[in-house]
Design a protein around this ligand. Structure first.
Ligand code: F6R
Length: 610
C-alpha cells in the first residue's frame, strides 16, 4: 500500500528519500512527499508533497529544494481522503512532521476531540490526527519526541507504521509499529527507516525488523527500541541476503503468491473501523443508503469481480431479503435493461477502471438507478462515477490474476449485506452478532489455509499434468467453482470449467474419465449431502476427486482421492476460505509449468477497452 522511508546521517537526505521511494513504487501510490530538515541550520523542516507520481515530486523539488541531512518520505495510496496535494504525507503540525501507513480506526472520535480542543485540520486524512496528538503532548510538557509519540499512541487504535520528525529535536526520528511493516537499516554514522526492506537495500543490508507494539528512536549513531510502556527491548540486526527483486516480493517467488499470503491481513484491513460490536451493526464509512426504498439490487461486474457479485446474490438475499440480480457488465447495456429508481446498482471493480463496468454504470444512472461502487482504488473512475463508494482496502494488487482483491470484495459485500439486513429487519441482532464475530475470526482462519502451501504443492504435482479440470460447487460455492476454473485458466493455460454441481449430470458428466481431475467444493452446510452424491457420480466414472471440505469432516476422505480442509465458519463466509486452496492450486500448477504467473499471456490488469 503506502511506502515509508526515513534517513538520518550526514548525507543529503532528499536524493536518498527519493531513491528509496522509487524502490517502493511497485506497491502502487497516488501521491508522494518529503519533509527534510537541516539540523545544522536548526530547522524548520521543509515539506514538499504533491499528487501524482514521483516525477511530479521531483519537479516540485527543483522549484522548492529541500536541503538537509534528516528527512522522511512517503508514497501514499489513498485510504482516508482522496488523492490530493493536501492529503499527501508528510503532514506537518507545528514542529511535527508525520508519515503513516495503515488506518487509524478511531479517527472520527479523535478528530472530533481535537477539533473541540481547538485544533485546525488542513487535510481529510486520519494521519494528520497523529501529528496533532504528538504536538499536543509536546505542548503539554512531554520531555522528548519519543515520550510524546508514546503518549500519543495510547490514544490511537488501528494498524499503523508511523515515522515522526520534530523541528525541535532535529537529531532524532521516532517510529512505531502495529500491524504494518517497519524495518530499520543500519549504516556507519547514518541510519534508515522503511516500510519495506527493498527501499534501503541499495544503502545497507544490515537491518532490524521492528515488532508489533514497539517504538524505535533512531539517531545517526543509535537505535533504541522500547515497548509501548517504554521498557527497553533488545534486538540483534540481521543481514539481508535476498536480491532486490526478491525483496520487492517479500521473499516470495511471484507477486501472486505474496498476494495470496497477504489475504488474512488484507481482509483484516477491510474490516477495520467497519464493525460496530456495540450495536451489532456495520458502518459503511458514511455511505448513507435509503434502504427502505431499495426494491432490488443489481450487481454489475466483470471476471473475478463478477464471481464475487454472484456470492453477493446469496448474501444479500439471505441476510437482507432484498431481491438481487447479477449482471455481466459487458452485457448489461446491450439488452436495454429494465432498471430505474428503486434499484440499487452495486458495481464491483478492483481497479475501478474497467470500461465495461463504467459504461454499465452510465446506463444505470441514465435510467435513474442509484449506484454504489465497491472498489479497491480510492478515487478511481468507477467510485467517482457512482453515487456512493465503499473501499476494500486490500492494498495494490500487482499479480494480474486477482486474489486478495477477490476475498476483500467478498468481505465488503458481506458487510453490505449485514448493513442492509439490519435495516430491513430481515437479520436479527443475534444473527448479526454471530456473523460479525465470525468475520473477526476470518483472517485467522484464512491464514490456516494459506499455511497449507506444502500440501497444495504436492497436489499441484499430482494433478498439474492434466489437460483439463472441472470445478464443482453448489449454492455460494458455485461462483467459487467458477473462480477456481478462471484462476487455473488464466495462469496455467489449462482448460478448466466451473459448474454448478447439480448441473453436472446435464452434460459435463460426459467429460469424466480417469484423466480428468474434478475439484469439488463440499464444505459442511445444507448442500453437503447432495454435493457428496455428485462427487460419488464422478468417482463411479473413474474421475479423480479433490475435495475442499470442512475440518472435522470424517467421511469426506472415503469419497475422494485427496482432500484439503478449511476451518468451519458461517455458511455465508465459507467462500472466503474455500477459494484459497483453489488460488494456491492454480498458482503451484502454473509455477510448475513455468508460465509467466504474474503477467499471463494476453491479459492486462486494468481492462480499459470494451
Ligand atoms: C481475474 C481478473 C479479472 C478482473 C476483471 C475485472 O483474475 O482479475 O477477471 O476481475 O478484469 O476487473 P476489475 O475488478 O478491476 O473491474
Amino acid at each position: 500500500m503506502c511506502g515509508i522511508i526515513g534517513y538520518i546521517g550526514s548525507r543529503q537526505a532528499t536524493p536518498l528519500l527519493i531513491g528509496g521511494l522509487r524502490k517502493l513504487e511497485y506497491r502502487g501510490y497516488d501521491s508522494a512527499g518529503v519533509s527534510v530538515l537541516d539540523p545544522a541550520a536548526g530547522g524548520p523542516s521543509r515539506v514538499v508533497r504533491c499528487r501524482g507520481k514521483l516525477g511530479n515530486l521531483e519537479e516540485k523539488l527543483k522549484a522548492e529544494p529541500a536541503a538537509g541531512t534528516v528527512g522522511i518520505g512517503h508514497t501514499r495510496w489513498a485510504t482516508h481522503g482522496r488523492p490530493s496535494d493536501e492529503n499527501s504525507h508528510p503532514h506537518k503540525v507545528g514542529p511535527i512532521s508525520v508519515i503513516h501507513n495503515g488506518i487509524i480506526e478511531n479517527h472520527l472520535q479523535l478528530r472530533a476531540e481535537l477539533v473541540a480542543g481547538g485544533s485546525h485540520f488542513s487535510s481529510e486524512t486520519d494521519t494528520e490526527i497523529f501529528a496533532h496528538l504528538v504536538e499536543r503532548q509536546l505542548v503539554e510538557g512531554a520531555e522528548s519526541l519519543t515520550i510524546a509519540v508514546r503518549k500519543a499512541l495510547q490514544k490511537v487504535r488501528g494498524s499503523y507504521a508511523f515515522v515522526v520528525m520534530s523541528d525541535k529535536e532535529p537529531g532524532t526520528l521516532v517510529a512505531a509499529k502495529n500491524s504494518s511493516p517497519l524495518v530499520i537499516g543500519l549504516g556507519e554514522g547514518e541510519n534508515f527507516i522503511a516500510s519495506d526492506v527493498t527501499a534501503i537495500l541499495a544503502e545497507t543490508r544490515k537491518v532490524i525488523f521492528i515488532d508489533e507494539g514497539e517504538i524505535v528512536t533512531v539517531t545517526r549513531d543509535k537505535v533504541e527500541i522500547t515497548d509501548l510502556e517504554g521498557k527497553p527491548k533488545k534486538r540483534e540486526p540481521k543481514i539481508i541476503t535476498w536480491s532486490a527483486v526478491q525483496a520487492e516480493k517479500g521473499g516470495f517467488k511471484h507477486y501472486m503468491l505474496k498476494e495470496i499470503h497477504e489475504q488474512p491481513r488484507a481482509v483484516a484491513d477491510t474490516l477495520v473501523g467497519r464493525i460496530d460490536l456495540e450495536n451489532d451493526d456495520v458502518n459503511l464509512d458514511g455511505v448513507n443508503l435509503d434502504v427502505k426504498n431499495i426494491k432490488r439490487i443489481v450487481f454489475i461486474a466483470c471476471g473475478t469481480s463478477y464471481h464475487a457479485s454472484m456470492v453477493g446474490e446469496f448474501l444479500v438475499e439471505a441476510l437482507a431479503r432484498i431481491p438481487v440480480e447479477v449482471d455481466l457488465a459487458s452485457e448489461f447495456r446491450y439488452r436495454d435493461p429494465i432498471i430505474g429508481p428503486g434499484d440499487l446498482v452495486v458495481a464491483v471493480s478492483q481497479s475501478g477502471e474497467t470500461l465495461d463496468t463504467m459504461e454499465a454504470i452510465r446506463e444505470a444512472k441514465k435510467k435513474g438507478a442509484t449506484v454504489l461502487a465497491i472498489s479497491n482504488v480510492i478515487e478511481s473512475s468507477i467510485p467517482r462515477l457512482a453515487d456512493h463508494a465503499f473501499y476494500t482496502h486490500a492494498g495494490p494488487e500487482i499479480g494480474v490474476a486477482s486474489t486478495k482483491a477477490f476475498t476483500t470484495q467478498l468481505v465488503a459485500i458481506a458487510l453490505l449485506a449485514i448493513h442492509l439486513g439490519r435495516r430491513t429487519n430481515a437479520l436479527s441482532r443475534e444473527r448479526a452478532r454471530e456473523l460479525l464475530a465470525e468475520l473477526v475470526q476470518l483472517p485467522h482462519k484464512m491464514k490456516e489455509v494459506t499455511d497449507q502451501g506444502a500440501h497444495l504443492q504436492v497436489l499441484a504435482r499430482r494433478y498439474g499434468h492434466a489437460h483439463g479440470f472441472l470445478f464443482l460447487g453448489r449454492g455460494s460455492q458455485y461462483p467459487i467453482a467458477l473462480e477456481g476454473a478462471l484462476k487455473l485458466k488464466e495462469i496455467s493455460y489449462i482448460h478448466a470449467e466451473g459448474y454448478a454441481a447439480g448441473e453436472m449430470k446435464h452434460g459435463p458428466i460426459a467429460l469424466i474419465d480417469d484423466k480428468l481431475p474434478v475439484v469439488v467444493l463440499v464444505p459442511r452446510g445444507p448442500s453437503y449431502e447432495k454435493t457428496v452424491s455428485n462427487l460419488a457420480e464422478v468417482r463411479a466414472r473413474q474421475g479423480k476427486v479433490l475435495a475442499i471440505a470442512t475440518r472435522g469432516d470424517q467421511d469426506i476422505g472415503g469419497h475422494s482421492d485427496d482432500v484439503v480442509l478449511v476451518a468451519d465458519t458461517a455458511l455465508e463466509l465459507q467462500p472466503n476460505l474455500t477459494v484459497l486452496p483453489l488460488q494456491m492450486l492454480s498458482y503451484y500448477v502454473a509455477d510448475q509449468r513455468g508460465t509467466d504467473v504474474d503477467q499471463p499471456r494476453n491479459l492486462a490488469k486494468s481492462v480499459t477497452v470494451e
